[in-house]
Design a protein around this ligand. Structure first.
Ligand SMILES: C[S@@+](CC[C@H](N)C(=O)[O-])C[C@H]1O[C@@H](n2cnc3c(N)ncnc32)[C@H](O)[C@@H]1O
Length: 279
C-alpha cells in the first residue's frame, strides 16, 4: 500500500503507536533520552518572539510534536497524510499546546521551508523508510539538512532491514512469497513486490536500512553523524512476551536495551535505528 493511503486509514493507531506495549515504549523513551540530551534548551530562550523552532517531518498524529511543545519548543509538523495532520491538530488542542504546534500537509521530499529555518529537525519513526525510491530518499535526506540551521541537531529514525526480514519470517516461515532474498539484498518492501508475492496485502511500502547504509546516506547529505542508536535492539519482536511479563522483568529488559543501544550490532538488528546528527 502507498504510505499516504495507509496512514490516512490508520491515523488513531499512529497516535497510540508509541504507547502500545513495552517495546514501542522503549522506542519512545530511548528517542526522548537523546532529544532531551541534544536539543537546545527551550527554557534558556527568554525572548518569546524568538522560540526554539523544531521541525517534526513525518510527525503523524503528533506524539513527538506534543511532547516537544510541552517542553517549550515551537513545533512545525508536516506529514503526507491529511488524516494524521488533522489528528495532530486535535491532540495538540486537547493537550493545551495548540499555540506551539503548527501542523500541515507536506512531503519530506520537497519541504516548503527556506534554508536554515529550524533550530532542530526530527524525522522519527520511519518516514524516510517510507520513501522507497533511492534517489527520492537521498533528496528527502538532503531536505532535512537544508532546512536545519548550521550545526543544528537533527534526529532521524528509520526501520531496520534485519527486523523487517524477521517480521516477514514470523508471518511466513516457509517464505512462500519469495520476499526474503530480494529484501535482504536491497531492503525494499515495494508495492510491486507485495502485489506480485503477497496479493497486495501487507504494510505500507518501506525501505529497511542497514546501519552502514544509513550512516552513508546521512553523510552523503552533508550530516555529521554523532551517534547511532538501536532503539529496541534485544527487545525486538518481544511485544507479546513483554506485555505479559511483570514490571520487574520489563524493567530489567529496558535496562539491558539501554546498555546495548549504541552497540553497532544492536543498532543493525533493531526495529528502529536512530541517528543523532549535526547539520
Ligand atoms: C510510522 S509513522 C511515524 C510517525 C511519528 N513520527 C512517530 O514516530 O510515531 C510514519 C509517518 O511518516 C509519514 N510519511 C511517509 N512518507 C512521507 C513523506 N514523503 N513526507 C512526509 N511524511 C511522510 C506517514 O504519513 C506517517 O504518518
Amino acid at each position: 500500500m502507498d504510505p499516504q493511503t495507509y496512514y490516512d486509514e490508520f491515523a488513531e493507531r499512529e497516535w497510540k503507536r508509541l504507547d502500545r506495549d513495552p517495546v514501542t515504549r522503549m522506542e519512545f523513551e530511548n528517542t526522548a533520552d537523546y532529544l532531551a540530551e541534544h536539543l537546545p534548551d527551550a527554557a534558556a530562550r527568554t525572548d518569546e518572539s524568538d522560540p526554539v523552532r523544531v521541525l517534526d517531518a513525518g510527525g503523524a498524529a503528533g506524539r513527538y510534536a506534543c511532547w516537544l511543545a510541552e517542553r517549550g519548543y515551537d513545533v512545525t509538523l508536516v506529514d503526507l497524510s491529511a488524516e494524521q495532520v488533522e489528528l495532530a491538530r486535535e491532540k495538540a488542542a486537547e493537550r493545551g499546546v495548540a499555540d506551539r504546534v503548527a501542523a500541515e500537509r507536506g512531503d519530506v521530499r520537497d519541504l516548503r521551508f527556506a534554508d536554515d529555518s529550524f533550530d532542530a529537525v526530527c524525522c522519527l519513526g520511519g518516514p524516510l523508510s517510507h520513501v522507497v525510491d533511492d534517489d527520492e530518499r537521498a533528496t528527502a535526506t538532503a531536505e532535512l539538512r537544508r532546512v536545519a540551521k548550521p550545526r543544528a541537531p537533527v534526529f532521524v529514525s528509520v526501520i531496520g532491514r534485519f527486523a523487517m526480514l524477521r517480521d516477514i519470517l514470523k508471518f511466513c516461515l516457509d517464505d512462500e512469497h519469495g520476499l526474503l532474498a530480494p529484501i535482504a539484498e536491497d531492503g525494499d518492501y515495494t508495492a510491486e513486490r507485495t502485489a506480485e508475492y503477497a496479493d497486495g496485502d501487507g504494510w505500507a511500502e518501506c525501505h529497511g536500512f542497514r546501519a552502514d547504509e544509513f550512516e552513508t546516506q546521512l553523510e552523503a547529505a552533508g550530516f555529521e553523524v554523532e551517534t547511532l542508536v538501536g532503539l529496541e535492539n534485544v527487545a525486538n519482536r518481544m511485544k507479546r512476551e513483554l506485555a505479559e511479563a511483570d514490571e520487574e522483568a520489563v524493567e530489567s529488559v529496558r535496562e539491558l536495551v539501554r546498555t546495548l543501544r549504541e552497540d553497532r550490532t544492536a543498532v543493525d538488528f533493531s526495529e528502529h535505528m536512530l541517528a543523532v546528527c549535526r547539520a
